[in-house]
Design a protein around this ligand. Structure first.
Ligand code: AMP
Ligand code: ZN
Length: 483
């Protein structure tokens, strides 16, 4: 496979460090709320990537995605008396860490539900570590960074010394940083900051009243508090995958500061040259030219769209219809178009199952058409893979009436679906056809058999006005509701 690597700013041939096994770390959600569709674009992208690594390249994938359950937002929203506390989370207690866990577990479960309805399989993950389960490992890394001269304690917190680090390492490998902006001696406590604020960032935040905390000691100094966001991923990725691993993923907004800082921490504290060999970033999902985000209030959650009657697999399909490196604009029109395109192939699959007399979901042991595999292998070019899939189906349109060919095409579509995961290979759901529609269809079939084309056309239009389409087979017809 060839993949775009943010580290080198180019497409490179990819092969894993250990034979046949890809170690991949994806920055996961901050579980202070339900994820929105923009977040889901990031997760559908990594799912496609890891599925392609398996199904196209034949690798085993050790996939880790973290759950950020301690940060400014989860702490704020789990605070005693928070309006965001919900009954299913139970009662709040004096144990602030227990409150944090109960609050974040609720959204973690929601997140996992969302992943599954979007076709992302839990058994494809090797681990989904929660940050609060790795505090010891984070503290160990922070001590190492300080011991190596790249960190220091100040007023109860611990900071990363960017100036000292930049003297012996390169800072700005993932994101071009203008060092003129570097604010020497300025310390920043916020987890999220922009490129104008390059300065010493926080590794460990000193305890604040009424916030959960963990005990911590450096060189005999007691520093109760909690980890900064960036240190979480450095420690968990090293612990679960070992350094350097093969691929690190996230949305483009994570390049700086999150990933740049993760990388710096690993080099400073674990004394490695690299945290990961490939860094891959998906572009944003936008709504009317703006990033879909909580803070802009222009977001939809998966449940919002499900409540409007949209099928989650149409949503998954809509999220993959462009290059992952291009901004994708979300509109209901594009969602409808995705539903129509997905439905067309789904109907073909059911027709082929009829043609091959297959009544249950079986793996036909087919092969992915080579040109489709090549498109996936070309930096995950889904639009091209789909175009070639449609061409392949068009070339084999006689499969609808040829049982042997039908099996072959179905087998190929199953392999393509190992990556896309948008179609089903179970039998066509039975549709209740109203009696008057059935009558009209019978009349049309009779007219057609008698070669009375004008009457047959008239009845087809009448059926369409009632919302039905009639497909003529050799000896019988099928009826489908128009979508
Ligand atoms: P968060 O839960 O905010 O930490 O974000 C989880 C993931 O979603 C990260 O990889 C973000 O980069 C990504 N993300 C957030 N908003 C968007 C968006 N509008 N489009 C695509 N990815 C996004
Ligand atoms: Zn991360």
């Amino acid at each position: 496979m060839h993949l775009y690597n943010t580290l080198t700013r180019q497409i490179e041939p990819f092969s894993p460090l250990s034979d046949g096994i890809v170690r991949m770390y994806s920055c996961g959600p901050t579980v202070y709320d339900v994820a929105h569709l923009g977040n889901m674009r990031a997760f559908v992208f990594v799912d496609l990537l890891q599925r392609a690594l398996r199904a196209v390249a034949g690798y085993r994938v050790r996939w880790v995605m973290n759950i950020t359950d301690v940060d400014d937002k989860t702490i704020r929203d789990s605070a005693v008396g928070s309006a965001r506390w919900r009954a299913p989370m139970g009662e709040q207690s004096d144990d602030l860490r227990a409150n944090l866990r109960a609050y974040t577990m609720f959204f973690e479960e929601e997140f996992k539900r969302d992943l599954q309805v979007l076709g992302i399989r839990m058994d494809h993950f090797e681990a989904m570590p929660r940050a609060t389960d790795y505090i010891d490992e984070m503290q160990h890394l922070i001590r190492e960074i300080v011991r190596s001269g790249f960190g220091y304690a100040s007023e109860g917190s611990v900071y990363f010394n960017v100036g000292a680090y930049a003297q012996s390492h390169s800072y700005g490998r993932l994101f071009t940083i203008d060092t003129a902006n570097f604010r020497e001696g300025v310390r920043i406590d916020a987890d999220e900051y922009d490129r104008e604020s390059v300065s010493d960032f926080v590794l460990w935040k000193g305890r604040k009243d009424s916030e959960p905390y963990w005990d911590f000691e450096i060189d005999g100094e007691s520093l109760p508090g909690r980890p900064g966001w960036h240190i979480e991923c450095s420690a968990m990725s090293k612990e679960l995958l070992g350094l350097p691993f093969d691929i690190h993923t996230g949305g483009v907004d994570l390049r700086f500061p999150h990933h740049e800082d993760e990388l710096a921490q690993c080099c400073a504290g674990y004394h490695v040259a690299d945290q990961a060999r490939f860094w891959m970033h998906n572009e944003f999902l936008e709504v009317e030219g703006k990033k879909m985000s909580k803070s802009l209030g222009n977001f939809y959650t998966l449940r919002d769209l499900e409540a409007m009657g949209h099928d989650p697999l149409d949503i998954r399909f809509a999220l993959m219809l462009g290059s992952y490196r291009a901004v994708l604009n979300f509109t209901f029109e594009s969602l409808r178009a995705a539903a129509t395109a997905r439905g067309r192939t789904q109907n073909l699959i059911w027709d082929l199952m009829d043609s091959a007399s297959i009544t249950e979901s079986v793996d036909l042991g087919g092969a992915m058409p080579e040109d489709v595999a090549a498109a996936f292998a070309d930096d995950l070019n889904v639009p091209q893979a789909l175009a070639r899939t449609y061409e392949y189906c068009a070339r084999n349109s006689d499969a609808r009436t040829d049982a042997v060919k039908a099996r072959e095409v179905l087998g190929a579509l199953q392999r393509i679906n190992d990556v896309l995961a948008v179609w089903t290979f179970t039998t066509r759901p039975t549709i209740d056809v109203p009696a008057n529609v059935r009558d009209l269809a019978d009349q049309r079939w009779t007219a057609r058999t008698a070669k009375d084309w004008s009457e047959a056309d008239r009845l087809r239009n009448e059926l369409a006005s009632l919302g039905w389409s009639m497909k003529d087979g050799k000896d019988s017809y099928t009826l489908q509701p128009l979508s």
